[in-house]
Design a protein around this ligand. Structure first.
Ligand SMILES: Cc1cc2nc3c(=O)[nH]c(=O)nc-3n(C[C@H](O)[C@H](O)[C@H](O)COP(=O)(O)OP(=O)(O)OC[C@H]3O[C@@H](n4cnc5c(N)ncnc54)[C@H](O)[C@@H]3O)c2cc1C
Length: 414
């Protein structure tokens, strides 16, 4: 490891690896540091189809096509009484290869990205923890303090520090920039099953989102390789973790209340311990400063519902890398320049946020919405694919608001 780089990137997840690959390929000296030993376990296995474009730019598509990862061609929603929506088939809406994506074991996927960043010329170090951001008297970032794999503490200088440290959000925590999202104070309890029943044909690799009877929680069903399925339950944090039962009991109780899921587990066995994630949704007040920029979960995370996390991380890694490269070329690494991409990104992310809010409106269902508004199936599929960065992507919400209001009024009248 050298004492000085053009760019130091914290975190070897999708955001950090994407950024490191592009900055290194542009010819700037790049250090990528990951605190865990790679490959490392991580939640978040289901990709959105639009991951295709940043992954293509990164040179990953052929490697993914040759991988063991399950192909994901659709998503499906199941109501609390077990009624299944028709699957939203991505290729029916858009027949390009980019409409098929992957359900990935994150340890393997992130390891592939980390290796790609190294191949692109980034100096990649795992088991290396960034302890602090170094700021000068004008609050400009000038590097990081870190602890190497050998246990040595040292300082490394950089013109730009990119924070891809995920939920640890190193810089936002240091500078007090994190903002909770009170309506999304959720927790997830998840594990893995072997031999859970999958559909046949094109829906076999689908992510299935299933509500429990009273809609107090919902489950994800994500088919992985070797007949393993990731199954997780999400609900309000207090309900999931503070209602006097332990996490495993809460998980099992919710399972019993999820008719859409329970019959898929007839011949299945649990093969992993129970994992918990809590209060993972937050946003940041400021996304860049002089000499630093936030990417991926370190910038903000909305909700696991539509599997947008890795896609957002890749898009932010890509857009921020482009901004950093042009800032370095111009000799201007100011906050405005490093964060020039943020407003456009937030506009797209807001659409996913709107879709999350619709889902958590108890009276609203996607099946019902599409039944009443079949003309919007294409727009909704676009959002589920992740196609959120084009003019008019949010048209659907003008129609969705009255639909949500109507659903509420009908419930009030009963
Ligand atoms: C319950 C749950 C379910 C989810 N399901 C999905 C899903 O199905 N699909 C999806 O796309 N997304 C999902 N997500 C979101 C997804 O996990 C994240 O959005 C995604 O991993 C973000 O990528 P990242 O690169 O920003 O951060 P990460 O992937 O978290 O990578 C950050 C890395 O930084 C490292 N790091 C942290 N601090 C330091 C430090 N000080 N020094 C050095 N390294 C450090 C960490 O070890 C980590 O490896 C889910 C999230 C939750 C909570």
């Amino acid at each position: 490891m050298k004492n000085e780089y053009d760019v130091v990137i914290v975190g070897g997840g999708p955001a950090g690896c994407m950024a490191a690959t592009l900055v290194a390929e542009a010819g700037y000296s790049t250090l990528l540091v990951e605190r865990e030993q790679m490959p490392r376990f991580h939640v978040g296995e289901s990709l959105m189809p639009e991951c295709y474009w940043p992954l293509k730019r990164m040179g990953m598509i052929e490697r993914l096509e040759a991988s063991k990862f399950v192909r994901k061609k659709s998503v499906q929603f199941v109501t609390g009484n077990g009624k299944e929506s028709a699957p939203f088939y991505f290729q029916e809406h858009d027949p390009r290869p980019s409409s098929v994506t992957w359900q990935v074991e994150r340890a393997d996927f992130d390891q592939m990205l980390f290796a790609r960043a190294r191949e692109a010329g980034a100096d990649c170090h795992d088991s290396t923890r960034v302890l602090d951001l170094v700021l000068d008297a004008n609050q400009r970032a000038t590097g990081v303090k870190l602890r190497t794999a050998e246990g040595e503490t040292r300082q490394v200088g950089a013109q730009v520090v990119m924070d891809g440290s995920g939920q640890q959000s190193l810089i936002a925590n240091k500078l007090g920039l994190r903002e909770d999202i009170p309506s999304l104070k959720k927790a997830a309890i998840w594990t893995y099953y072997k031999n859970a029943r999958r559909d046949e044909g094109d829906n076999a690799g689908a992510t299935i989102i299933m509500h429990t009877v009273e809609k107090d929680s919902w489950f994800w069903f994500i088919p992985l390789s070797n007949d393993i399925t990731s199954i997780g339950c999400v609900g309000d944090s207090d309900y999931m973790l503070k209602s006097g039962v332990d996490q495993e009991t809460r998980f099992n109780q919710e399972l019993e209340r999820c008719p859409g899921l329970i019959n898929r587990l007839d011949s299945a066995e649990r093969v992993e311990k129970i994992h918990v994630a809590r209060e993972y949704s937050y946003w940041t007040r400021q996304h860049s400063g002089d000499g630093w920029v936030l990417i991926g979960d370190a910038f903000g995370f909305i909700d696991p519902l539509y599997s947008s996390g890795v896609y957002f991380a890749l898009v932010m890694g890509e857009r921020a890398a482009d901004a950093v490269v042009s800032a370095l070329a111009a000799g201007d690494t100011s906050a405005a320049r490093l964060g020039s991409w943020c407003a456009g990104f937030k506009e797209g992310a807001q659409l996913i946020r709107n879709l999350v809010d619709a889902f958590y409106t108890k009276e609203f269902s996607f099946g019902g919405f599409i039944k009443d508004n079949p003309q919007f199936k294409g727009n909704l599929t676009d959002l589920l694919i992740g196609r959120i960065f084009y003019d008019g992507a949010g048209n659907i919400f003008d129609e969705m608001k009255p639909a949500v209001a109507r659903a509420r009024a009908e419930v009030a009248m009963q």
